[in-house]
Design a protein around this ligand. Structure first.
Ligand code: LER
Ligand code: MN
Length: 278
């Protein structure tokens, strides 16, 4: 299992949900020195970064870039798939297509979290869902041409009213029926929405393609009351061997949070392996 950390460029707004928001070279160097295996990069659009520069940096510091995350498309660019205005939806779709083309250059995938949008109070759920399915299908088809997977992330009820639990996420994947759209559980959201974190992970099985880790209070794993030994056990039971990326509040401050998270996760992964070999 590889461990990643969520970062964003310095000009990202404080609403970007990342641990390091800084000059990319500064962050990438720190992530590597802390012993992480990769970075997840939060972008507002594909034009925001210089591909060659980031390729050089991640290769110089021995890291991978498994996922480009898109929460900033929602929080900063104010674009989302279920928006009532067709022109806004079109810009959201084009932005995500641009991210998929960018992701291909890193062998990365693209997260679909808050950018899916929500169901407005005054609108019919069926109509709004249809906007989502139409946008997702179009983005998935383009992503497929580039060998990129879209990662649907269930998000808790306090952030959106659309696709909250892993169970709902699986139903949506089934209805969408696109091979290159997979599930991206976030343990923090699952702790709020899923009846059992471990049962839902087992139910999701090989549809889990990436995962976000934070503890119950959204601090570093080990700082709340979730049982990460059980969670890692459940991921191993479904043969999950991808990245677990730490997306948490940068508290009490980013550097110590990032260190606490990696130290704790390495320890739990070691414990899990020693239990397996007994
Ligand atoms: C937001 O809470 C979150 O978990 C992000 O990964 C989705 O945009
Ligand atoms: Mn997340």
């Amino acid at each position: 299992m590889k461990i990643g950390l969520a970062i964003a460029p310095a000009k990202a707004s404080p609403l970007a949900f990342v641990v390091f928001r800084d000059d990319l070279e500064v962050s990438i160097k720190k992530v590597s020195e802390l012993g992480y295996d990769g970075i997840e990069l939060a972008l507002r659009d594909a034009e925001e970064v210089n591909v060659a520069e980031i390729k050089d940096l991640i290769s110089a510091y021995g890291l991978e870039l498994p996922v480009i995350s898109t929460g900033r498309v929602f929080s900063e660019a104010r674009l989302w798939f279920t928006h009532p205005d067709e022109k806004v939806r079109r810009r959201a779709i084009n932005t995500i297509k641009g991210m998929a083309e960018l992701a291909e250059q890193f062998g990365a995938n693209v997260n679909i979290g808050r950018v899916r949008g929500y169901i407005p109070d005054n609108e019919d759920k069926i109509v709004v869902e249809e906007r989502f399915f139409s946008a997702m299908s179009e983005c998935a088809d383009l992503a497929s041409e580039h060998g990129v997977t879209l990662l649907l992330e269930p998000i808790n009820r306090y952030e959106t009213n659309f696709i909250n639990s892993v169970t709902e996420g699986l139903e949506i994947l089934h209805r969408l029926g696109k091979e290159n759209v997979k599930l991206m559980p976030d343990i923090f959201h699952m702790n709020i929405e899923d009846v059992s974190i471990t049962d839902s992970l087992r139910e999701a099985g090989d549809r889990v393609s990436y995962i976000h880790f934070a503890d119950s209070n959204r601090w570093a794993p080990g700082q709340g009351h979730l049982n990460f030994l059980e969670i890692i056990g459940a991921l191993k039971s479904i043969s999950y061997d991808g990245f677990v990326t730490v997306e948490m509040l940068p508290e009490p401050e980013p550097d110590s949070a990032a260190r606490t998270a990696i130290d704790y996760l390495r320890k739990v992964i070691r414990e899990s392996s020693s239990i397996e070999s007994q």
